[in-house]
Design a protein around this ligand. Structure first.
Ligand code: ISJ
Length: 411
């Protein structure tokens, strides 16, 4: 199938160093914002120089990478800064399920970035293009919430069905998610959500691409030169206000056989998927604790050195979907998700991030997020289910995970 790439024949790309731009989110001129920010650093983009819609299929990451490589190879690039994220960049959001439509790469007309004290602006198009007028963000983002595909009771029933299948030996783990809807009185401005998410979750990756907005703690893969990093998460408990209770919950999570099993499926798969691509790979023997403002997770930071000339999208192709968001074995878990969730996840739990012309980039798993559509937002949250999972506890855990986007929508 031929992809309809919307782009001029030849992109004219120029990156220049700029003085520290300050708050990157505040520099976004209009609501259709692209962003990837952590601890204030990262890149924001606006305007569309090119859009590559990616058709469904198991090969969608390599198809997308190929089309983008053609586009960037034909581009006229002036990039004296030469850091990951300089020169032309594509933001992207891919669907979780390879059979679902909706994956896309977008090359913004402007990208403003900062990393390790160096800042740059990349422009695509004629240098005399008038600057974008700055439209102040609309403040009203969300009020009314309604249910999603399954009622809480039906979702607990789905979890119980998954537990039965797991106990019968059909699979080891499945991740089941639910959705919720929110409605605002006017179109929701992604910049307002980005601001609230980045302020509350500075250590997460606050992202926005094509209406998919969130703050994910889970790094699927970062490539900078030949070095790669991943942060595998699975195993969760809510934080407590009381420090003694918080410490007790952390200790229980670290020792919980159920959470450690959930985690092991995910960390093992990421290790096995990366090992053939790497000359060296470091996977910690034991997970550590990641402390978010609202949740604690078991976390495995993984580092490696790539062999060969692989784009970050080639590595995404090898990793997605990990058992952190799908299950083990992958195919059985994917079929169970389709059978039990009663919805299409869209881009929730899919890879979201950016890639540059060198093949460097950062991709997270789209969690703690919502898909915006004018005044509507669709929120998602899911939980890893293993043989010992309790449906009521999983429903409560999903509720805590919705908290990030509820906060972003309601302030
Ligand atoms: C599926 C989600 O999160 C994933 C599932 C986790 C778990 O089940 O413990 C933890 C982190 C993520 O890998 C989500 O936030 O929607």
């Amino acid at each position: 199938m031929k992809l309809a790439v919307t782009a001029p024949d030849r992109l004219a790309v120029r990156t220049v160093p700029v003085p520290d731009p300050g708050d990157l989110i505040a520099r976004l001129p209009h609501p259709t914002a692209m962003a990837w920010i952590r601890h204030g650093d990262g890149i924001v983009g606006w305007g569309e120089a090119a859009r590559i819609p990616v058709p469904p299929g198991d090969d969608r990451f390599t198809t997308a990478a190929g089309r983008l490589a053609d586009l960037f190879a034909a581009a006229d690039i002036d990039d004296p800064v030469a850091l990951p994220g300089t020169g032309p960049v594509a933001f992207g959001a891919f669907t979780f399920d390879p059979a679902s439509p909706g994956s896309a790469l977008i090359v913004p007309r402007r990208v403003l970035g900062r990393r390790d004290g160096r800042a740059w602006l990349t422009s695509i198009g004629a240098p005399d293009t008038p600057p974008e007028p700055h439209r102040p963000p609309a403040a009203r983002t969300g009020r009314r919430g309604t249910g999603g595909a399954l009622t809480p009771d039906d979702w607990k029933h789905a979890v119980a069905t998954a537990v039965t299948r797991i106990r019968r030996g059909h699979l080891g783990k499945a991740v089941l998610a639910r959705d919720l809807h929110a409605h605002a009185p006017e179109p929701i401005d992604a910049r307002v959500l980005l601001r609230r998410l980045a302020d509350r979750f500075p250590g997460c990756y606050t992202f926005s691409c094509d209406g998919m907005v969130g703050a994910t703690p889970e790094l699927l893969i970062r490539r900078a030169g030949g070095d790669i990093e991943s942060l595998v998460l699975a195993g969760t408990t809510p934080r407590a206000d009381d420090p003694a209770e918080d410490a007790a919950r952390a200790a229980r999570l670290a020792a919980s056989p159920k959470d450690r099993e959930e985690h092991r499926y995910a960390a093992d798969m990421v290790r096995d998927a990366l090992a053939p691509l790497c000359s060296s790979l470091h996977v910690p023997a034991e997970p550590e604790l990641l402390r978010l403002p609202n949740l604690l997770h078991l976390a495995s930071p993984i580092r490696g050195r790539l062999t060969g000339d692989r784009s970050v999208l080639d590595v995404v192709a090898a990793l997605h979907p990990t058992p952190a968001v799908c299950g083990t074995p992958t195919g059985t878990a994917m079929r169970l998700i389709r059978e039990l969730e009663g919805m299409d996840r869209g881009r929730y739990a899919g890879p979201v991030g950016w890639v540059d012309a060198r093949g460097d980039g950062e991709w997270g798993i789209a969690l703690r997020c919502a898909q915006l559509d004018g005044p509507r937002a669709r929120l998602f949250a899911g939980c890893g289910i293993v043989a010992d999972s309790d449906p009521a506890a999983e429903l409560a855990e999903a509720g805590h995970k919705f908290g990030a986007m509820r906060h972003a929508l309601h302030g």
